[in-house]
Design a protein around this ligand. Structure first.
Ligand SMILES: CSC[C@H]1O[C@@H](n2cnc3c(O)ncnc32)[C@H](O)[C@@H]1O
Ligand SMILES: [Zn+2]
Length: 431
């Protein structure tokens, strides 16, 4: 039995709107949160006691959409629209990436994500066994998909076969830290026949689906020209939404699309930073939330963001919808923090309570140092985290009851070794 009592910090459980304990406790036992509340609670002999005085204690952030190994391509292609970015720059270099490159690229992303307080991330990429190995070593939670592109000569058959094999090896692995999902890339790279097959395999294997959807106006126009309907309709008619599905982006939606997504409980990963950088637009987040659609937040890959800072996405989600809607309460601080934690976990179909500090929830939590000048004075801790804190304020990260970062020092990853391998790999790109 390993039992840890965290005391003395400002505890933000994200279980209900506006709740925090100025001087609270969180007790963790065998990878689960077993108690949360004000004061020190009821200490038990033999517990480890961790003093979090001066810190915020909150659930780990959930990065609901991304491509971790694209950290290798940070800054490689900027200031382009999505299709030019993909076709002229990203896909040609991705064709050259080896499993080894993707392993170290994912490790680089994991360093950054852990340092920024992310304890769960979704990933869609290639060489996924190497990604899963990296996740196993780092100790985070991963929702992992082998990306499927169905427009090549084999119409996605190889990628679907690899997805099945990947699921058989890794779904539920590492004590449940790794979840495998299917990753059809998008309706413009996966024709309806491929999407139908994905839906069937998803039902057969009992795994969910993640897909890019309605990201740009040009995608919607292209699908209208080729199929005479919206990308959302194409997915629905292929049977995708009868399976647990999270769609990334969902920027260009009609009222009918939103109705359909709400009816089928389609979940959304909102990626405000990537959507702004690629000039894709702004997703109708307030409307999705009003209709009861579950929405989490994602960074997307570091090549379109250009960082993996979920706190920045939380702040962007809180700010851009106020500006676009000329409405200062469009997405309030409570909502924004919930999107980056509890709702992100729901968007990825994780277990009930994940992404919160509720008794019974997985022990995924972070400490943020609250003593910097940018965090003083303190009126409202939730406001402070959402509007004023920096991801560099994260000092400690626990996932599944295990410390991944203590006092800003990695406990599971060798930072220098990862940075060395990344620089060696990137030298090869420029040769
Ligand atoms: C088939 S593996 C995943 C695939 O997705 C590409 N990608 C990265 N960001 C985006 C985005 O915003 N929209 C569409 N596709 C994206 C990535 O480069 C991989 O090729
Ligand atoms: Zn993406």
């Amino acid at each position: 039995m390993v039992r840890t009592r965290i005391i003395g910090g400002v505890v933000i459980p994200v279980t209900e709107s506006g709740l925090w304990y100025e001087n609270g406790h969180v007790v963790v036992e065998d990878g689960r949160i077993v108690a949360v509340g004000p004061g020190e609670g009821s200490p038990v002999p033999g517990e480890a006691v961790v003093n979090a005085a001066g810190k915020y204690v909150l659930p780990g952030f959930v990065n609901a959409h991304g491509h971790a190994a694209m950290a290798l391509l940070r800054g490689y292609a900027d200031d382009l629209p999505l299709m030019d970015w993909l076709q002229k720059k990203v896909w040609p270099i991705e064709d050259r990436l080896t499993g080894e490159d993707i392993y170290w690229g994912t490790m680089l992303a994991l360093l950054e994500m852990i340092e920024g307080g992310i304890t769960t991330f979704a990933d869609m990429y290639f060489h996924m066994d190497r990604v899963a190995e990296a996740v196993a070593q780092a100790g985070v939670r991963g929702v992992l998909s082998r990306g499927i592109i169905g427009t090549g000569p084999d119409e996605g058959r190889g990628a679907i076969r690899e997805s099945r094999e990947f699921a058989s090896r890794w779904h539920g692995a590492e004590g449940g830290r790794i979840t495998v999902t299917l990753g059809p890339h998008a309706p413009y790279t996966c024709p309806p026949a491929v999407l139908r097959q994905v839906a069937e395999v998803s039902a057969e294997l009992g795994v969910g689906i993640q897909i890019h959807l309605s990201e740009t106006r040009s995608e919607v126009e292209q699908i209208a020209a080729s199929h005479g309907k919206s990308p959302v309709d194409v997915c629905a008619e292929a049977g995708l939404f009868e399976r647990p599905t999270v769609v990334a982006h969902a920027v260009h939606l009609t009222e009918a699309d939103i109705d359909l997504m709400a009816r089928f409980d389609v979940r959304v990963a909102h990626n405000p930073g990537s959507n702004l950088k690629l000039g894709s637009g702004v997703a109708p987040l307030p409307k999705l939330l009003q209709r009861g659609v579950v929405v989490g937040l994602g960074t997307d890959g570091a090549a379109s963001n250009n960082n993996l800072d979920l706190l920045e996405e939380i702040r962007l989600a809180a700010l851009i919808h106020k500006g676009v809607g000329e409405d200062p309460i469009a997405v309030d601080a409570d909502t924004a923090l919930a999107l980056g934690t509890r709702e992100g976990a729901r968007a990825l179909f994780l277990e009930e309570g994940a992404g919160t500090l509720a008794p019974g929830a997985p022990a995924d939590l972070i400490f943020m140092d609250g003593s910097g000048p940018h965090l003083l004075p303190l009126y409202n801790p939730i406001s402070q985290v959402v509007y004023a804190a920096k991801s560099g304020d994260v000092t400690d990260v626990m996932c599944d009851g295990r410390w991944l970062l203590r006092d800003r020092q990695h406990q599971t990853l060798d930072r220098d070794k990862i940075l060395f391998h990344v620089s060696r790999i990137v030298e090869g790109f420029t040769r």
